[in-house]
Design a protein around this ligand. Structure first.
Ligand SMILES: [Zn+2]
Length: 265
């Protein structure tokens, strides 16, 4: 027995592929299989040996403060008793308010009040840099790490000021990673989360197999993704290289999604 494997799915809210109907079906499948959503607080307690998890825990992660999280995902997930974890890059928020776009009926982003409603509904709020740089490229352009630290500091400060949140957890941007970014993330945050859309990752200005980055042995799978063991959170996995499975990619088809969830036990 290798211990519990926790599925973690990720998306950026409603999209052309992820219609509200489709998202509802994914949550319905998870609910039918008996899954309960958890967040990073409970993960931290469990990994430290101080807290039990539900029998079938699952993470529903989201990146970017997109409006559909408030209009669609929050009420939809509430119906199933699920809560999400949202990682916020703050430049879109700054721009939204700078040009009065927060009053526009067709705006793309949430307001701070709407983000506050997610927080009040006990969604986790994490850090995702300010300008969303490619961290792999940035590590080459910024050898001193000054811009990198500015990204984290600015993001944290705005989330603190506008939401009263001191982010503890971080989601790496895109499929980009660097040693320098991870070193800084380890100093500032409790967890670092990656994003699986295929078998490779950008790292330190080059390319790496995702499985090698995550330290998971074995060949990639026929579906074009890393070994199955790399797709779940476990107790043994490095806290700063947690996975997340993009809903629009490898687990988009309902059967692939169901197999992924069933593969947790
Ligand atoms: Zn992002």
């Amino acid at each position: 027995m290798t211990g519990m494997r926790i599925p973690i799915v990720m998306c950026h809210g409603v999209s052309a592929k992820l219609t509200p109907e489709r998202l509802e079906r994914y949550f319905g499948i998870a609910a039918d299989l008996g899954f309960e959503s958890i967040g990073y607080e409970r993960l931290a307690a469990w990994r430290a040996g101080g807290g039990a998890l539900p029998p079938k825990p699952i993470f529903f992660d989201f990146d970017h403060p997109v409006r559909s999280l408030h209009t669609h995902l929050l009420p939809l997930m509430k119906r199933f008793g699920f809560k999400g974890n949202l990682f916020v890059n703050t430049l879109p928020m700054e721009k939204l308010y700078a040009n009065g776009g927060h009053r526009a009926p067709d705006r793309e982003w949430m307001t701070w009040e709407e983000l506050g409603e997610l927080k009040a509904a006990e969604w986790g709020i994490g850090a995702h840099t300010h300008t969303h740089p490619n961290l792999s490229i940035l590590s080459r352009e910024d050898p001193t790490g000054e811009r990198l630290r500015w990204e984290f500091e600015t993001n944290d400060a705005i989330l603190k000021q506008e939401l009263g949140v001191q982010p503890k957890d971080f989601a790496f941007t895109g499929t980009s990673w660097s040693r320098a970014a991870e070193d800084e993330v380890r100093k500032r945050y409790r967890f670092g989360r990656l994003w699986i859309i295929g078998a490779t990752y950008e790292a330190d200005g080059g390319s790496i197999r995702y499985a090698d980055l995550a330290g998971v042995p074995g060949p990639d799978e026929p579906d074009g993704g890393p070994p199955l063991a790399a797709r779940y959170i476990t107790k043994a996995l490095d806290a700063y290289r947690l996975p997340s499975m993009e809903l629009e990619k490898l687990i988009f088809e309902y059967e692939a999604y169901r197999r992924y969830l069933e593969g947790a036990s």
